[in-house]
Design a protein. Structure first.
Length: 241
């Protein structure tokens, strides 16, 4: 700690000289360089910048998340109407923060290729797409050039501030699940903000296919599902002699 104090004193002397407009001597420059190197070394000794201890969290984790059960969905799309009527004051399913319409992939009119494609007259499974409330790093928030996507208490949902949004649509391209909506009337982007903890889509679903749950990161708890290659070979050997 003594060396840190000495280095700090040297740096303060050098900055005083610079502030006074005095020319820097070679000795002074060498002192400043030495103090900088010593300071960086001390950071390493105390675990700063080395990944030790708790990770640096830039974006707080969301407290909740909407999850869906496709086997219960009847494609009534009431969730989309509830979302837009509550948030936008109009019935506009294509503007909804939960996406069902783009996954209606069955019927005589041919295949509609959306996020989920089950084929014409195939399973008839309706997959509801919803915002994942991504943990840090948040793709849409990181891509926004105007810092318009912020964390909003009490749910800590990722919310687009319309006052900052310029309608550049960069966030639409950044979301891996294409969950950002764009209102052509207001020229603003919008996304799910969990309705402040009481999602209207969940309340409106007559089939109870949507549930609002706590956001829990299980990445480090669930072991990877790895099937040994030998067992696969043995299983195939029953049919392929």
């Amino acid at each position: 700690m003594k060396s840190l104090t000495e280095d700090s004193g040297i740096a303060e002397q050098v900055f005083d000289v610079i502030a006074a407009g005095q020319p820097l001597s070679r000795r002074t420059v060498l002192k400043l360089c030495g103090a900088t190197i010593a300071g960086m070394a001390s950071w390493t000794c105390f675990g700063v910048g080395t990944g030790m201890g708790a990770p640096l969290i830039i974006t707080e984790q969301a407290n909740g998340l909407v999850i869906a059960d496709p086997t219960k969905c009847v494609a009534c799309r009431r969730c989309e109407l509830a979302c837009t009527e509550y948030n936008d004051g109009k019935a506009s399913p294509t503007l909804s923060r939960i996406k069902v319409w783009r996954n209606l992939n069955y019927g005589p009119s041919g295949l509609h290729t959306g996020q989920r494609s089950h084929g014409d007259w195939q399973t008839g499974l309706i997959v509801q797409d919803f915002c994942k409330q991504c943990p840090h790093p948040v793709p849409c928030a990181d891509a926004c050039p105007n810092a318009a996507i912020e964390v909003k208490p009490p749910t800590n949902a990722r919310v687009i501030d319309p006052a900052k949004c310029t309608g550049c649509k960069v966030c639409l391209k950044a979301c891996p699940w294409e969950m950002i909506s764009f209102d052509e009337d207001t020229k603003k982007a919008t996304k799910c903000f969990l309705c402040d903890g009481k999602p209207k889509c969940v309340e409106a679903c007559p089939a109870e296919a949507l549930t609002y749950v706590s956001w829990i990161d299980l990445t480090g708890r669930v072991p990877p599902r790895i099937t040994p290659a030998l067992s696969r070979l043995q299983a195939c050997g029953d049919c392929h002699q």
